[in-house]
Design a protein around this ligand. Structure first.
Ligand SMILES: Cc1cc2nc3c(=O)[nH]c(=O)nc-3n(C[C@H](O)[C@H](O)[C@H](O)COP(=O)(O)OP(=O)(O)OC[C@H]3O[C@@H](n4cnc5c(N)ncnc54)[C@H](O)[C@@H]3O)c2cc1C
Length: 211
């Protein structure tokens, strides 16, 4: 049985699935199908919205012989990922920082807003590659795909590789001092301004409201 993993999209073409995958660290996008009639496809989290099937599925019971010769697996130890923060894949609110935060200290306002709103901190690859925040928080083609109800982007330009990781978010709010930043084209609310000025004003407002 063929297995296609971590699909970023699946469509039905000529009676079979056409499965899109991102490979070689996001450098290539491939479209694959099965040469035999059946196969297993696993989908990357958050790339699609689940909806009820039009008709009920049919359960087919099958037995399978245990695979011969596979070595047993024994867990020797468990270690936590260094610097791991709140998981972003399931977060309902994400505050993400990009190169515009200017450095590790700039992530303080991002973290404060996330804490005030009960959300998680995300980042663009530019911020991760600069060493300001761990890779576990990277959103995009070579990071996590997220689908929060609110995505607040601070100092992120909105490159396509970032967009593919957050475009299915409920409401996208972006703060950028460049009125022509690409993220303006797909944000629901775009604020032209300095992230520290806007972020601090927003934080004061949230804290005042939550008493
Ligand atoms: C194969 C491949 C895979 C990639 N995968 C990813 C990925 O998974 N995720 C990802 O994010 N990127 C990815 N990238 C990189 C992507 O192309 C962009 O380079 C990256 O997303 C840019 O990050 P950024 O928006 O933080 O930085 P920039 O593009 O430099 O944008 C910074 C923004 O901050 C604004 N700004 C600066 N200072 C302030 C301020 N004080 N107040 C307000 N606004 C300010 C600027 O106007 C600018 O718009 C990938 C690239 C390649 C080639």
């Amino acid at each position: 049985l063929g297995v296609l993993v971590n699909a970023t999209g699946v469509s039905w073409v000529d009676g079979g699935p056409a499965v899109e995958m991102s490979i070689f660290g996001g450098k290539l996008q491939t479209t694959s199908g099965f040469t035999s009639g059946r196969g297993i496809i696993t989908i990357r989290p958050n790339v699609t919205t689940a909806s009820p099937a039009e008709t009920a599925g049919k359960v087919e019971s099958r037995s399978s012989a245990p695979a011969a010769g596979l070595p047993g697996v024994r867990v020797l130890d468990r270690v936590s990922e260094a610097g791991a923060a709140a998981p972003i894949e399931e977060a309902k609110i994400i505050i993400a920082g990009g190169r515009g935060v200017g450095g590790p200290d700039g992530f303080r306002i991002v973290g404060d807003l996330a804490e005030a709103l009960g959300g998680a901190v995300g980042a663009s690859r530019a911020a991760v590659d600069s060493g300001w925040i761990p890779y576990s928080q990277q959103i995009g083609q070579t990071g996590k795909i997220v689908k929060p109800e609110l995505y607040l982007a601070l100092g992120i330009s909105g490159a396509i590789q970032h967009k593919v990781g957050m475009r299915t978010s409920g409401a996208i709010v972006a703060v950028n001092r460049d009125a022509d930043a690409p993220i303006a084209d797909f944000a629901d609310l775009f604020i032209v301004g300095d992230i520290f000025e806007v972020g601090t004003a927003l934080l004061d407002l949230i804290r005042a409201r939550s008493g």
